[in-house]
Design a protein around this ligand. Structure first.
Ligand code: F6P
Ligand code: MN
Length: 322
């Protein structure tokens, strides 16, 4: 089976970018091991702290963030990093050409129930002459990403990766510590009968999304004339992985539950990398009114509405928003 570096070299991916991706993956291999140890390593449960976004930090949030941060900054390949668990961007090597935004452990509330979690990352080129300490180097739309991916820590550890030449899956061979190519050019089926929502929020959504989901739930007795199934893992990384594997529509739409937080998912290290993976596999990723990867960010932890997945189903959902 083919290893990750030769596959990317054949695509013409710059060596420095391959080295950076391998650096991210070095941290992810260690995270895979720690997560797999579960209660044996004493890392389950919460800390007493909250992150800047007011979320309780799990011990594994802190540990995985530190691992990625240390390994990336030590490597010399990054000019700066942005993380869900860091209040501000962190400066790296002034001579480096890339910046990385990451969610070190997406779905971390799943750790205590031995369910799916993963690391999401987004890589962009640092603007010419940029200063590492300047957070505005991250204020680039997602279409500027040169690579994006996630590592899903499930029954097997799977990497979904794109460098703009399609989306591929690699599986970690835990005996040898190597990511091996297990699926070239994943494609999201255009049609689907499966949707992923946190249904407990439905009454707080805008009318367009409520109407759309009501029509799915009405099944063969409603305007869609066929039945739909629902799946929800409560970790975006797990839900997006399912969509990439067998199609579906995933949405975390705008809601009015908390007026200070109309959207849940973060643009830089959740929505953008997932949008690139989905688009590279033939799917669509939108906020309901615009393509996610066209959004010009104005804050590191900015949140957006997300609707992504199978082309025809996302288009149907968007038609309710017109
Ligand atoms: O990172 C945010 C996140 O954990 C996503 O992975 C997930 O889709 C969502 O929040 C689940 O949140 P909730 O359970 O509040 O709907
Ligand atoms: Mn997350």
């Amino acid at each position: 089976m083919r290893r990750l570096p030769p596959v990317l070299l054949e695509d013409g991916c710059p060596r420095e970018l391959i080295s950076l991706i391998r650096t991210v993956l070095a941290a992810c291999k260690e995270i895979s091991f720690r997560v797999g140890q579960g209660a044996l390593s004493g890392v389950l449960g919460s800390t007493l702290d909250e992150n800047i976004q007011g979320e309780t930090q799990k011990k594994l949030d802190v540990l995985t963030n530190q691992l990625l941060k240390d390994i990336l900054l030590e490597s010399g390949y990054v000019k700066a990093i942005a993380s869900e668990e860091e209040d501000f961007t962190v400066a790296g090597n002034p001579d480096a050409n890339y910046i990385v935004a990451f969610d070190p452990l997406d779905g971390s509330s799943n750790t205590d129930i031995n369910s799916l979690v993963g690391t999401i990352f987004s890589i962009m080129a640092a603007p010419e002459g940029a200063v590492p300490a300047d957070p505005s180097i991250f204020m680039q739309p997602g279409k500027n990403q040169v690579a994006a991916g996630y590592v899903l820590y499930g029954p097997s550890t799977v990497l979904a990766l794109t460098t703009g030449k399609g989306t591929r899956f690699f599986t970690l061979d835990k005996t040898h510590g190597t990511f091996l190519l297990t699926q070239d050019f994943a494609t999201v089926p255009e049609e689907t009968s499966e949707f992923a929502i946190n249904a407990s929020n439905q009454r707080h959504w805008q009318p367009a999304m409520q109407n759309y989901i009501n029509d799915l739930i009405a099944g063969d007795t409603g305007p869609r004339g066929r039945n739909f199934n629902m799946r929800w893992i409560a970790a975006m990384v797990g839900d997006v992985h399912r969509v990439l594997c067998r199609g579906g529509i995933f949405t975390y739409p705008t809601d009015t539950k908390d007026p200070n937080k109309p959207n849940k998912l973060r643009l830089l290290y959740e929505a953008n990398p997932m949008a690139m993976l989905i688009e590279q596999a033939g799917g669509i990723a939108s906020t309901g009114t615009e393509r996610i990867m066209d959004i010009q960010p104005d804050a590191i932890h900015q949140r957006v509405a997300v609707i992504l997945g199978s082309k025809n189903e996302v288009e149907t959902c968007l038609s309710y928003h017109k």
